[in-house]
Unconditional design. Structure first.
Length: 273
């Protein structure tokens, strides 16, 4: 007896064929759109850097403004010196942290921002004259209430005075932790100090409940204790000796960071621990 068009075999063949066709269409679209997505991500990164440096204006040519006012350099966190081993336009610190050759493991009190691993080199963005910058934009990230928070912190050329802070990626609660992007809260950061004494590599800046009472305090986010703690912890890490403190110390002492000696490093022989 001939099978009808509604037989199980034919239904499965049609369903399988449809899945194959849809998979091909989705894959093709993903590959075709990838360059545009990467360009948009890069444009968003540059916009956020200009924004935290207070250089962004609606409608401006972001690419031109970034290329003429911002210089990217890669810094070795341990020494605070510039490194030419990586291209600052393509270097990804987050990915480098995963690599045993370019990252290191953190544990216990050293892992206050909740990383487990962190990169050995990081990209910084110099505003104005790279030899004597007006501002230094630092990438920061750490654990918030619901996940990783990523942002930028801009510091004046003295290596100690905060200009602004912004977060471009987070999953904090709207109306509570998400207030990290409220302009009124961000405005509190202007003029705050990071370190109490010249040469000290331990940051004093932190969030506090009940209102800031000195130049090292910023009012915590109302109703968002865990997010506020996350902000404090990530700043305590990135502005400490584990992060950018050796680099910023050079600006605070009036000695600009220099280029590290031009030596080749075989990362296959570098321990990741």
């Amino acid at each position: 007896m001939a099978q009808g068009n509604n037989s199980i075999k034919k239904v499965l063949i049609v369903a399988f064929s449809l899945c194959i066709v849809c998979s091909v269409i989705v894959s093709t679209a993903a590959v075709a759109l990838r360059p545009a997505q990467q360009l948009n991500q890069e444009l968003d990164r540059k916009t956020n850097i200009l924004n935290v440096a207070r250089l962004y204006e609606p409608g401006m040519d972001v690419e031109e403004a970034f290329s003429t006012q911002i210089t990217a350099r890669v810094v070795e966190l341990e020494t605070g010196e510039y490194s030419d081993q990586f291209d600052p336009d393509t270097y990804d610190g987050f990915e480098a942290a995963r690599d045993p050759a370019t990252g290191r493991t953190l544990s216990g009190e050293r892992d206050i921002a909740g990383f487990s691993r962190v990169e050995k080199f990081a990209t910084v963005y110099l505003v104005g004259d790279p030899e004597n910058p007006d501002q230094i934009v630092l990438p920061i990230r750490g654990q918030g209430l619901w996940g990783r928070m990523m942002g930028f912190l801009s510091v004046e050329g003295d290596g100690n005075t905060i200009v602004s802070i912004t977060y471009y990626d987070h999953a904090e609660t709207p109306g509570l932790g998400a207030e990290v992007n409220n302009p009124r809260w961000q405005a509190q950061w202007e003029g705050k100090k990071i370190y109490s004494e010249e040469g000290d590599l331990s940051p004093e800046i932190h969030l506090t409940k009940g209102g800031a009472s000195n130049e090292y305090e910023v009012d915590a986010l109302s109703g968002a204790t865990l997010t506020s703690n996350g902000v404090t912890n990530m700043l305590q890490f990135w502005l400490s000796e584990e992060g950018f403190a050796p680099y910023l110390a050079k600006f605070r002492s009036g000695t600009e960071p220099s280029d590290a000696e031009d030596t080749e490093t075989d990362f296959d022989d570098v321990e990741g621990a």
